[in-house]
Structure formats: C-alpha cells, structure tokens
Design a protein around this ligand. Sequence first.
Ligand code: D6G
Length: 814
Amino acid sequence: MKPVQHEFEDAKDLLHESFGNSVLRHLIYSVGKDTSHAVERDWCVALSMAIRDRMVEGWIDTTRQIYEKKQKRVYYLSMEFMIGRMLEDSLTNLGHLQEARTFIEAQGLNFHDVLHAEQDAALGNGGLGRLAACFMDSMSTTGVAGMGYGIRYQHGIFRQNMENGWQMEEPEDWLVQGNAWEFRRPEVVYDINYGGFVETSDDGKAEWKPSERVQAIAFDMPIAGWKGAHVNTLRLWSARQADLMNLKKFNEGDFMASAHQQILAETLSKVLYPGDHTPEGRELRLKQEYFFTAASLQDLIRRFFTNYDSLDNLGDHVAVQLNDTHPAIAVPELIRTLMDDYDYSFERAFEITRKTLHYTNHTLLPEALEKWPKGLFEHILPRHLQIINMIDGAFYQEALKVGLEHNVIANIQVIHPHQQDWVRMGNLAFIGSRKVNGVSALHTELMKQTVFHDLHTMFPDKIINQTNGVTPRRWVLECNPGLSDLVTEKIGEDWIDDLEQLKKLEEFAEDAKFQKRYMDIKSDNKKRLAEFLEARIGITVNPDAMFDIQIKRIHEYKRQLMNILEAVALYNEMKANPSAPWQPRVKIFAGKAAPSYFLAKVIIKLISDVAEVVNNDPEIGDKLKVIFLPNYNVSAAEVLIPGADLSEQISTAGFEASGTGNMKFALNGALTVGTLDGANVEMQEHLGEDNIFIFGMKADAVAERQHRRARPSEVIKDSQRLQQIIGQLESGFFSDGDTGRYRDILDNIKNHDYFQVVPDFEDYWATQRHIDEVYQKPSEWAKMAILNTARMGWFSSDRTIRGYAKDIWKTPTI
Ligand code: D6G
C-alpha cells in the first residue's frame, strides 16, 4: 500500500484541471445538472465545491503539519460565529475571484447573482459573533493553529420582517438548500449528559449518574486565510438523540411519544438565543452552552492524546479562549473531566484548568454578565455545582491569604455565600482562567475599576487588553473592490495582510486628483447602496445626499433613540426654515432587537413612524429621508458600509466595550460621529482629533450623573428642541394620534434616562450641524476620509490575533 502522503499528492494532480473544468465537473457530478438546466443556485454550489476542493488541499496540509510539528493549539469557543456568505471570501483568499468571474460570465450569467445565491450563515447576533468570524480569518492568515468551536444552529438568529413598522421574528432557514462548505464528520460524536444525581463511593470518588443524554455530532468548515496556505477548521456541533427512536412505541401507533426524545434532543441546536424570559427558555440556553462546551472539550482532549500521553501539561500545548461567559461552564467541566475521568485531585485539576482557559469579557452591563438560578444548575448539572462549590472553597482560602475581607470575597465568589440564589458566570470565568482580556483600552480599564475591581486587586496581572479588529479581506478587499483597486494601484497589495501599509496613502490626502478618484469610488458605492435600498424596500434616495448610517443591534445604550430624536429635530427645523440651505441627508438604520426587549422594539417602531411622516412630506423632499432597513446581516453590511459618508457610533460612554462596525466604516472612508467610548477612543488617537467628530459626556461624567440619579428634567427645561419633540411624541404626531404608543420611551427620557440621551442631545445636535458644514467643503471632507482609510491599519484583526498569540496563547504566528 502506498503511504498516505503519496495518495494525497496523486489526488492533488487530479485537481490540476482548469478551474472552469472543476466547476463544470461539480455542476454535473455533484449537483447533477447540465448547463442547460442549471439555475443560479446550482452554479453557486458548483463554484463553491470547485473552490472548496482547492481549499481542502491546504486544509489537509495544514492539519498534517500541525500534528507533525505539535504546534500549540488554540481553541476559540464561541456561542456565535457570524460568518455570512463564504463563496466570495474563499474565492478571494485563494486568488480565484477573477477566474471565477470570467468563467461564470462566459456562461451568460451574472456573477454577482451567482455569488448571492448563497444564504448568509446567520449564526450570530452582533459584534461578538462577527468578531469570532474575523478572528477565524485572521488566525488562518497569521498561521495560528486555531480551531473554532460553536453550534450548528438549524435556524441561527431570527429573520427580521417588518409588519406595519413593528419587528416580527421569523425562523431563518439557512440550511434548507444545504451548505456546500460543511463536511459532516459522523465519526466525531460525543455523549453529552444532563440531570440525575451524584453518587459518592466510600473512597470519596464522585460519580455523576445523569438522567438524560444527547449526542453532539461534528460538522467541519475549512477556513482559509489570505492566499490560502494555512486553512483552519470551524467545527460546529449539531445535536441528535443518543438512543435510536422508540420503535415499540412507534409500532404501537404512539408516533408522538416515539418522536419525543428526538425533538427534545434536536432542540439544542435549533436556534441561537431562544427567548429566555421563560424557565424553559433559560433551561434550554444553559443546556446549549454546556452542549457545545462539553463536546469541544472532549474533542480537544481526544486530539491532545494523539500527541501526548498525560494531561499534566495541557496548558503548555493547548490554549482555550472563552468568547464571553457563554462557554464559562468549561471551568467546572474541565475540572470534572480531569477528576472523574483521569483521577486528578481537585487541586491539580483546578491548577491545570487555570493554565489552559482564557476568558474574553465583552460587556460591563451587569445584566449581560450571565448568572443562572442555582436550582436550575443543580437540576441540569449537579456534578458541576459540586465542583463550583469546591472552586469557591479553594478560592476563599486564596483570597484570605492575600488579605481580602470576608464580605469582599463573598461578592466575588461564584456563588455568594449568603445569597445562594445565583451562579455567577463572570466570576467563574475570571477565577478559572489564566488571562482575562477586555476588547478596547477603555473597556479594559473600566473592567479593572468596576465589574472585576476586587478580582483585579487579587490577580493584578490577569486582566490584559486586546483591542478588537476587523479582517481587511472581507471588510475592504471584498466589500469595496473600487477602493481596493485604487489602494493597490498606489501602494501595491501588501496592505491586504499588513494593513498598516495603508499609512502610505497619507501623502495623497491633499492631492486633488487622488481625492477625486477616492470620492468617485465613494459615490459609486453610494449608488450601489441606493439601488440596494430601492430593491429591498422600494424607497428612492438621492445618492448625492449625505448617507448617515447606524447599523447594529438595537439597544438603549447604543442610543438609536438619540439618533432618531435628532432626525425629528432636524425635520422640525427644516419645516420651520424651509428655504435655508440644508445639507440633504439620508439617515439609515438597521439592526435587530432581542425578541423579548420590548423597548428596543418600540424604538424600531418609532424610527419607522418618523420615516413614514418625513419621507412623505412634500415640503421636505430629498432634504431628509429616514430609512429602517429590515433584517440586517453580514451581507447587508457589506453594501451599507462602503456606501456610508457618516458612521454613527454614539453609545453612552462607558457602555460599548469596543465596537467593530466603527472600524469597518472608518476603514472604508466614512467619518465617525461618536462618543469617547469603546474603541472610538483609540480610533481618535490613531486618526487624530481633526479627523473624527467626538461629542458628549465621557465615561466618568456619565457614571457621575448615573450615580447621583441626575434628573433629565433639569436639562429638558433648557432645550426647546427636546420640548418640542417630547410634545410631538405625546400628542401622537408620529403615531396617527395614538398618544400611548411611546409611553415607555417618554417615561424613560423624562424620568430616568439611564443612558443619558437627554444630556448628550444638544451637543450631538450641534456636532451634526458642524458635520453638515464640513460636508459642504468637498475637498476638506475628502482629505479627512482619505486619512481615515490611511490611519485605520492598526485596527486589522490580524494585529489583534498577533496580540492574543503573543500575550495570551503563547503561540507563534507567521
Ligand atoms: C478537519 C480537516 C481534516 C482533518 C480533520 C482532523 O476536518 O482534513 O482530517 O480536521 O480532525 P481531528 O482528527 O484533528 O479532529
């Protein structure tokens, strides 16, 4: 028999057919159609499979090399991977985009339509999930032996439809037409247990006797980095019933009973973020978290044993990164595995765990730091609860030794000893990890001062910062081909994986010819966006107006509310002074509200209501348009971001951990109006104060007002604009006379205003009017936009990943 290596080399020879022939071969033999019957979707699949073949070469090479070199492995555990469409990304990274275009066009097809026949993999909710996807791209590009682990949700995040201005949630059926990128690995399957009780034998050894069992089965997707040399794996788990269906019940005619187990098991990988306002929803969520974490740990331990024979030094060879608290159950799960399956003492197991796991915190919002009712935990994961108590016991002693007081320790233990109702996952993740990182300089600093203050005192070296980044492949090269071509023409193509090269564009910032070409590209992107809006929602916008865009999850702290109130104020002033030389604007909003977040849904409704009035006012015409674009996702972002003039990053200072949309916009030459929050702070440092529009209170002023519960009425009484707007919302001006529709919003801004919309409003308004003035000086605007592109290079996720590799994972990069 030939050695495996040679068989593989022979297989590679087979692929030396032309790319076009590969596509045709797949169209015929994989899809089963000939060219006269194939529809766009068939071509999309054939194209995907042809490029996938070429990725597989690198994939197998990479896998083999990592095993041979025993390269340290990085496992990125994330509840979300918002990867979007894969075809264009893969064609680009492997250098086959032009060839594919030429071939597809030669068949008389529209290349764009073929690429877009692929469904978005909407396996994420917002920035956290998109960050995980950018990191996968950058880990491959920088040669980290990285594997992503998550859940293969059948429906992902919901599809947002609008009904009369209200958000409606519908299931997203992204898998219905198959997924050309995934490889089912039926041999990679693990049992995942729940419930039952723990039995302790005479020698003190605990044995978990679970009452429920499901199986996790692996689906792998290859993730190629730039130029395709290094290809990592995204392994997503799908749930299935552990035991075969109950044939007896089935034959007795009780079909429902026979299907019961199957339905319950498969529920685990049905949807991302099931509503958690019911006990059943909360239980499902905790079960999902344990499901993918436990499967991933079993898988990485199995792989570890192919290279090593003892888990003693696990942390030297493996780094696990917990993306937020969702996989924090990894702490007791790894300890449990080491103790119960490999006979380690608790102390040793805890020590090994703390050398292997690392935790990224993504929010300071207390309600977003997960906690689970202790009763629920006991019911689903009784052995883990025992281990958490052991962790708390050991941690208590540790904390006493460094001189912390009992009541301080109580606040930072996983379970508060006197208020035993909650298992606090943030504390668990912190205590069980080797390093904890924040995602921007400001956020990391605030973490030290607020949520993790006492834990930081105890472990002063544990918290470090790794400011987020975005992949320039998807977020410039693919989404903005015009700009990419111009940049490459001027400075060569090294910027694609060395983004700081963009600095070289600075010298063209005031060059009139370059400015014109740069702004012509922006204008083409705006036309493309205008066509997209027309096709999606039937609203015609003037591409010469300023495109002012806020796209992100709808949340009070992100302050879409402040933005729409500013739109109302602008509308009012335009009505009052119709002949003034107003700068025409198109204000675009997009984003989903969590299904049980009522106030966020009312904000969407308010945006739609204002749009209805403003867009149909003949006196306003093209001076102002307000748009809510439904079902925001990665593919929509790829059209919106390159077409933006102004990027809205206006969160209440101290609340947005980093943001990554802010980076994508600036890189593509939109100017930012923003607060000194999250990564905006570092963007200002890199861009220079003159190239970003900063307004509003800083984090300390916000905290001070919140602390003393400052009343919004003190500010409202001095703001004519706010008074007028409040009057309009109260009188039903935007709601067909319905005076109660915005009751919650009004109560909020008049009485509490925790997110400080009111005190920041006038400064925001004034900054917006200043922006209007600057926009009317095209050369000044162009210069600023060019400097944004030139100075955003530091915000590449390649830089972020190199930082994680060096400071956290201790693993080499290329
Ligand atoms: C990926 C790539 C494939 C490889 C497999 C190995 O699916 O080429 O064979 O991973 O998986 P482990 O055996 O390392 O889990």
